[in-house]
Write a protein that binds this ligand. Sequence first.
Ligand code: 13P
Length: 340
Amino acid sequence: MNAQALIDTARTLVAGDKGLLAMDESNPTCNKRFAKLGIPQTEETRRAYRELIVTTPGLGECISGAILYDETIRQQKKDGTPFVKAITDAGIIPGIKVDTGAKDMAGHPGEKITEGLDGLRDRLKEYFQMGARFAKWRAVITIADGIPSRGCIEANAHALARYASLCQEAGLVPVVEPEVLMDGDHTLERCRAATEEVLRTVFNQLNSQRVLLEGMILKPNMVLPGLTCPKQAVVDEVADATVRCLLRAVPAAVPGIAFLSGGQSAELASARLNTMNLRFNSRLPWALAFSFARAIQQPALETWQGKEANVPAAQRALLHRARCNRAARRGEYTAAMERT
Ligand code: 13P
């Protein structure tokens, strides 16, 4: 393991005011998002959509790393340029999603365990050769009556740590993503307690598996009330609860925390990240960045609608969200940015 290379990559991913773009939707997830908008669900439409993203002029000003899916990392632009080259030429580090999805967990009704460890060492080797320098694995934790269970939290944390250790062996920075879902009517406090327990367990496991904390990125959820909780929280409450939770559970050796958006609106995701940076930035040991999929892509996807003629407008929408989130890293995002 080349520790210095891992540390350098991890630092670059969260340096300055840039963040990550997750464009690693699996084929079924990508197809589901296309279907909602009446876009045909084919390999070619998925390729065309990803070409739109990676050729967005100026994207590299805001985005340090792009997370790809197995199909995408093997694809090319229409002119034959591999996506990995297009991304690298734009000054963006290519990354790769390597889990094989969250499956129903045996003996744990309503809970999921993420799979993908079998054969992972060989797959990581191949992705490194293809140019990837970081990877992502997402665990999913659900809050509902009587869950999350210890069994589910421990199994997912263990898998995340096994994955992270294998990544570092292969020279890839692991993005460690334990996502506590927003679905449900739970309170902000319940999300905070669950998130804190999950993160503590994840870092215990990362230590057991000898993961170099300086050479990884944490990708957590923000601490939020459930989507159907009658008492929603204002932006300041979310920022407070999230930062307090992270300060308790995330070691200072981790260089950066890059949030997932998890189904928040694009504007709220930017506003909440902005408030955290505005109010706490100088007091935090790690960078607070973003690794959004929907909160960067959704407006662009809705503008594109699968039509070639809409590509420039969709690219403008994508760049706009990327710029809003770059501003949020500096604590300079304002609602007025949405009107320009
Ligand atoms: P969202 O930002 O849409 O939650 O996606 C982030 C991600 O990469 C999920 O694994």
